[in-house]
Design a protein around this ligand. Structure first.
Ligand code: GLN
Length: 495
C-alpha cells in the first residue's frame, strides 16, 4: 500500500521499523502539496524548512525511544488555530499578515506528541460558510471534481486529506464545518462533545458552539488523533476537566458481549423522521439507506426517532451564531493587530475603514445580523427566543437517547454543489447545515464517514450523533462499518 493511503497506525509502524524517517515522510507530503496545491488551493501557508526541522526532531525523539503513536506523523491544521511563528489568517484579509505569538492548546498537544505541522489549511473567512467560497485566499476545489465545492468551513483540511496531501488534519465545527466538508470530500471527520477539545488559541466564531476536531481517512485514525487533541485546559473556561480517555479502546468491540460476526448486535440506532423527508436528495438517501442496511447486517437494530424541533435549528443557529460572532469579532479594530486601513481621518474613521476593508461580505452580514439581534428591544424577540429553541433541541435529543444508543442519518442533504450555485442566496447556503447544526446547538458529538457516492460520482457522508462523551463508541461503530466497506479507502482520481 502506498504511503499516501496508509493509516496512521501503518505510518507509525513504518517509522518504528525504520522503513522510513519522518523527514522522508514529511518531504513526501510536502512534494505532493507543491504539486497539487496550485490547483486545489487547500493550503494557505506551508513552511517546508520549519516542518522538516520538526520532522528531524521527531526522528531524534524516536531514536531515543520515547515516541508516541503520532511522533513523526505530518498533520495539517485549519488556519483558525494559532501556531507560534506561523501566519494564522482565519481565511481573512483581516489577519492576512498575522503571525501568531503563541500556540493553541491543540497545536501544543500535537507538538507534545511529536507530530509534524505540515501547513495551514484554507477555510471560509472566520469559519463562516459551507462551501469555502468566502475565503480571502480564494475557494478550495473539491479533489473529486474541481468544478464542485469541498464544503466548508474546514474545506481546505478536508480537501487536503481527501487528495492525500496530508495523512490527517484538524478542523473546527460550529454548525457542521467538520462533518459537512468530510462528507463532501469523502473522508472521515469528528466533532467531539462541546468542551472536550480546548478552544484556547482557536480564533473564536461563536464560542458556545465552536468545537475543534480531527479529519482523517478512517474512524480508527480519528480516534488516535482525538487521543492527542482532547484534554482539560484551564485557559478555556468551557474546557471540561475529565479523566483522559483512550478513544481507541472500543474499536474492536463496540458492544460488550456481541458475537464476532455481528459486532453491533444489541446496538439501537435511531433514525430521525425529520432527516429522511423532503429536502433530502434521492442519491444521498439511497446511499444512506444502503449504509444503514450494512449496519443492520452487523447486528444493529434501527428504529425511528422524533426530533420535532429540528426545523427550528437553522433559524435559531442564525441568530445565536451571528450574535456571538458580532461580539467576538469586535476585537478586530485595526489597533492591536490585524489589518489597518492605510488612509483614515479620525479614530472612528480608522475603525470603520479597517473593518470595511478587512472583512468580506459574509462576515459583515453576520456582524450586522448579530448586532441587530442583540440590540435593545430585539434581544428578547430574537436572541432569547433562539436560546429557548436551543433548549428544546437538546430536550429532543435527550428523549431520543432514552430510546436509542446513537442517531444516524445523512450528513448533508446533497452531495457537493458547483461553485456559485448558492452564493447568491445565503439562505440556500445556510440550509446545507440542516442535519449538522442541531448537534452543535445541543453540544453533542457527531461524526461523518464516507458511505458511497451519489450524482456525478461525488461522495456521500453518513452522520452519527451520539450522547455526550460517547465518542469512543461512535468511533467504534464507524470502525466496524469501515471494516466491511471500502468507501473510506477510495481516493479521488489523480490523487
Ligand atoms: N456553515 C455554517 C456557518 O456558516 C457552519 C460553519 C461552521 O461550522 N464553522 O455558520
Amino acid at each position: 500500500m502506498s504511503l499516501e493511503n496508509s493509516s496512521l497506525r501503518e505510518l507509525a509502524a513504518a517509522l518504528a521499523a525504520k522503513q522510513l524517517s519522518s523527514v522522508e515522510l514529511t518531504q513526501r507530503f510536502l512534494d505532493r502539496i507543491a504539486a497539487a496545491n496550485p490547483a486545489l488551493n487547500a493550503f494557505v501557508t506551508t513552511d517546508p524548512e520549519r516542518s522538516l526541522a520538526q520532522a528531524r526532531a521527531a526522528d531524534a525523539r524516536r531514536a531515543r525511544g520515547d515516541a508516541t503513536p503520532l511522533t513523526g506523523i505530518p498533520i495539517a491544521h485549519k488556519d483558525i488555530w494559532c501556531a507560534k511563528g506561523w501566519r494564522t489568517t482565519c481565511g481573512s484579509r483581516m489577519l492576512a499578515n498575522f503571525a501568531s505569538p503563541y500556540d493553541a492548546h491543540v497545536v501544543e498537544r500535537f507538538d507534545a506528541a511529536g507530530a509534524v505541522l505540515l501547513g495551514k489549511c484554507n477555510m471560509d473567512e472566520f469559519a463562516m460558510g459551507s462551501s469555502n467560497e468566502t475565503s480571502w485566499f480564494g475557494p478550495v476545489k473539491n479533489p473529486w471534481n474541481p468544478a464542485f465545492v469541498p464544503g466548508g468551513s474546514s474545506g481546505g483540511s478536508a480537501a487536503a486529506v481527501a487528495a492525500r496531501l496530508a495523512p490527517a488534519a484538524t478542523g473546527t465545527d460550529t454548525g457542521g464545518s467538520i462533518r459537512q466538508p468530510a462528507a463532501l470530500c469523502g473522508i472521515s471527520g469528528l466533532k467531539p462533545t462541546y468542551g472536550v477539545v480546548s478552544r484556547y488559541g482557536m480564533i473564536a466564531f461563536a464560542s458556545s458552539l465552536d468545537q475543534g476536531g480531527p479529519f482523517a481517512k478512517s474512524a480508527e485514525d480519528l480516534a488516535l488523533l482525538l487521543n492527542a487533541m482532547a484534554g482539560f485546559d484551564a485557559r478555556d473556561s468551557t474546557s471540561l476537566d475529565r479523566a483522559p480517555e483512550d478513544y481507541t479502546r472500543l474499536l474492536a468491540a463496540p458492544v460488550p458481549g456481541a458475537p464476532a460476526d455481528r459486532p453491533l448486535a444489541g446496538l439501537r440506532i435511531g433514525l430521525p423522521r425529520q432527516y429522511f423527508g423532503a429536502g433530502l436528495a434521492p442519491d444521498v438517501a439511497e446511499a444512506v439507506e444502503t449504509a444503514l442496511a450494512e449496519l443492520r447486517r452487523l447486528g444493529a437494530a434501527t428504529s425511528e426517532v422524533d426530533l420535532p424541533a429540528s426545523d427550528l435549528a437553522v433559524p435559531a443557529y442564525y441568530v445565536i451564531a451571528p450574535a456571538e460572532a458580532s461580539s467576538n469579532l469586535s476585537r478586530f479594530d485595526g489597533v492591536r493587530y490585524g489589518h489597518r486601513a492605510a488612509e483614515y481621518g479620525d479614530l472612528v474613521d480608522m475603525y470603520c475603514r479597517s473593518r470595511a476593508e478587512g472583512f468580506g461580505a459574509e462576515v459583515k452580514r453576520r456582524i450586522l445580523i448579530g448586532t441587530y439581534v442583540l440590540s435593545h428591544g430585539y434581544y428578547d424577540a430574537y436572541y432569547l427566543k433562539a436560546q429557548k429553541i436551543r433548549r428544546l433541541i437538546a430536550e429532543d435529543y435527550a428523549r431520543a437517547f432514552a430510546q436509542v444508543d446513537v442517531i444516524a442519518g445523512p450528513t448533508s442533504p446533497t452531495v457537493a454543489f458547483e461553485f456559485g450555485a448558492k452564493t447568491a442566496d445565503p439562505v440556500q447556503m445556510y440550509l446545507n447545515d440542516i442535519y449538522t447544526i442541531p448537534a452543535n446547538l445541543a453540544g453533542l458529538p457527531g461524526l461523518s464517514i464516507p458511505a458511497g457516492f451519489g450524482a456525478g460520482g461525488l461522495p456521500v457522508g453518513l452522520q452519527l450523533v451520539g450522547n455526550y462523551f460517547d465518542e469512543a463508541r461512535m468511533l467504534a461503530i464507524a470502525h466496524q462499518y469501515q471494516h466491511v466497506t471500502d468507501w473510506h479507502r477510495r481516493a479521488p482520481a489523480g490523487y
